[in-house]
Design a protein around this ligand. Structure first.
Ligand SMILES: Cc1ncc(COP(=O)(O)O)c(C=O)c1O
Length: 380
């Protein structure tokens, strides 16, 4: 198998990740932050180490790193924790359903209204587009950093700066960019960074992070035990406890910790440039092949993420992905990628696309094999 479905979840993981998961279960099996005994304290220390590493990578305080179940959970924690009755919200026209379904449900419940803001190839035009959509009751902007379907990178630092100037909060969905692009909460006025642990950070599935760039208080999505202030009925008002009720996923977090170490060791820029070279080669080899249709912008360094969408011959996205799987054992993702808005924007909402997404364990030989298979003979 050639695995090119890394935008869904990266595989394989660095060997240090399963090793850390194994160690977590064998050595750090106590409940962190609950009991006072030695193993509980050591487990808590290991969990805190992951907070520290994430804080280092995204430049915030460790206490502002919140462990979540995945990126969807991080996004819902931020959106539902902030939005109040009567608020207006801006989202981009490239959002994943984890953002669009969340604000849509809040609007159906009569809590907020929202506007889907058009984005453009020119970053300034995109920032202007958001600026023009602001209303007197607009409270926040929630925006994807890079499209999970077409790779398009949005200028989140500039949008965040514009949001701050206008007194708005800014949430970034960094599902596809965490571990791949530079994210710096000490530099950019981003209030909340949402990300999965299981994609570009190479952690286990079922892990995620919400990194808070500001002190903005959030209502907690869930309420329960935190191991602190146990005689108080209200949730603690300090982080991370306020947003982390119940037992955390210690094996997942320790695996994620190892994944972050891997990313730090290689450097996000190197990882990004390498993955970009792979998609660029794929694009160059196939762009003149008459039975290959690409969708979205041409891959360009710093303008797109290493994600390509295509269809083969007259096949739709799912059929193209199935063809690659059956003919060459190539694992990609066909269909609509949980991204109604993005597919509507690019006009692929009837056919879907086949998404090819490499990660750091892929090789140029993988890409050449894919190209050879597709070019071998005309696909009708
Ligand atoms: C842009 C984007 N946002 C959010 C998500 C949701 O991530 P998770 O599956 O970790 O909840 C994804 C997943 O593919 C995504 O690509």
């Amino acid at each position: 198998m050639i695995y090119l479905d890394n935008a869904a979840t990266t595989w394989p993981k660095p060997s240090s990740v399963p090793e850390a998961v194994n160690r977590a279960i064998r050595r750090y099996g106590a409940n962190p932050g609950r009991s006072g005994h030695k193993m509980a304290a050591e487990t808590a220390q290991q969990v805190y180490r992951c907070r520290e590493k994430a804080a280092q990578l995204f430049r915030c305080q460790p206490e502002r790193v919140i462990f979540t179940l995945n990126c969807t959970h991080a996004i819902n924690t931020a959106l539902q924790g902030l939005i109040r009755k009567g608020d207006h919200v801006l989202i981009s026209d490239l959002e994943h359903n984890s953002v669009s379904r969340c604000v849509h449900q809040l609007s159906l419940d009569g809590i907020c209204t929202y506007t889907v803001v058009p984005t453009y190839p020119d970053p300034e035009e995109t920032v202007d587009s958001f600026r023009r959509a602001i209303r007197p009751n607009t409270r926040l902007i929630c925006c994807i950093h890079g499209s999970n379907v077409f790779g398009t990178i949005l200028p989140i630092a500039q949008i965040a700066a514009m949001a701050r100037q206008n007194g708005l909060l800014f949430i970034a969905d960094c599902a596809q960019s965490a571990g791949v692009l530079d994210l710096d909460l000490s530099r950019d006025p981003i209030d909340f960074l949402c990300m999965p642990g299981h994609k570009g950070l190479y952690g286990p599935a079922g892990t995620g992070l919400l990194c808070c760039g500001s002190d903005q208080p959030l209502h907690s999505l869930t309420q329960g035990g935190t191991g602190s202030d146990s005689l108080q009925l209200e949730m603690p008002d300090y982080l991370p406890e306020r947003l982390e009720s119940g037992t955390v996923n210690t094996p997942g977090i320790l695996g994620l910790s190892a994944g972050i170490t891997y990313v730090q060791g290689h450097g996000t820029r190197k990882i990004y440039e390498f993955e970009h070279r792979l998609v660029r080669r794929l694009y160059e080899e196939l762009c003149d092949v008459p039975w290959v249709q690409f969708y979205g912008p041409e891959p360009r360094l710093d303008a797109t993420l290493p994600v390509l969408s295509l269809t083969l011959g007259s096949m739709n996205g799912s059929e193209s992905a199935q063809w690659l799987d059956q003919m060459g054992g190539i694992a990609t993702r066909g269909g609509f990628h949980c991204a109604k808005l993005a597919h509507e924007k690019l006009g692929t909402d009837q056919i879907g696309t086949c998404r090819i997404s490499p990660a750091s364990f892929n090789t140029m030989a993988d890409i050449q094999n894919v190209c050879r298979l597709i070019k071998r003979k005309r696909i009708s």
